[in-house]
Ligand binder design. Sequence first.
Ligand code: ADP
Length: 297
Amino acid sequence: MHIKIENLNKVYSGGNYAVKNLNLEIPNGMFGLLGPNGAGKSTLMRILVTLMKPSSGKVTVNGMDLAKNRREIRSMLGYLPQDFSFFSKLKTYEFLDYAARLAGMKNSAARKSAVDQMLEEVGLFEARDRNANNLSGGMKRRLGIAQALINDPKIIVVDEPTTGLDPEERIRFRNLLSTISARDVIIILSTHIVGDISSTCYNMALLNNGKLAFAGSPEELVKEAEGNVWQIEATEAEYLQINEKFPVISTIPIDGGWEVQVVSNDITGYQGKPIAPNLEHAYVHFMENKLNKWTTA
Ligand code: ADP
């Protein structure tokens, strides 16, 4: 599978560009779309799943134009929206069966087998007779991905799927997506949580103010931050200044002060040693340096 986005724009009423001049290619596997709130991620997702038309530009899926082949491309799609909710009173099994019928699975024996298999895959078989609305947050999210997957889609779009999940549920959900991404599919994972990307995605894009700020692997993004992350041992007085001057990533109390990690290309005046950046550092480095310059340009 291959998605190509060319010169894509989406202007909302009032002249607000939610997506601006976007060019991006998305290959097979898990693709992370990272950016702060308001960056344009949901707008891009909605365009990709054909719920919204772009103002201009072109999206092709395996060479097929999205604008001209909506029906065909729709049949390849599975979508888990951010605000996904259930119909009250349906049991877990009934809900997934309903989703399968909506997806066009008419044969009831084949549908039953597909639904059972999917419940097993997402770890909800034991919960099949429970009211879907009464499942835990993590289980609901897994039922959400089950409905997105029931029709064996080739492109799976999940919008902020781990928000509100506890760490254990978050890891379980990520692992589920990773397992699925080994197939011949594209999974687009939109998130503002850096950890979601670092643990699962080979490729990623960073959006800010509707514009593409970075596209590549998480490792490449991390490389860009090398030499810009520091660990400083600071007294209480220095710590207060540092907090004003630099983006502080972490603070640990030590004897006589604080051990502080900051992102900056220049820490003149402070005793610090450079440390190897991780994706969170790299994200902050990008937001602080490159993007500020870009967006004001
Ligand atoms: P994200 O998903 O990254 O938080 P969105 O795509 O939701 O970003 O929003 C991008 C920008 O478009 C924001 O400035 C937001 O306020 C604006 N926006 C989103 N939806 C609408 C809408 N229906 N009408 C007008 N502006 C919108």
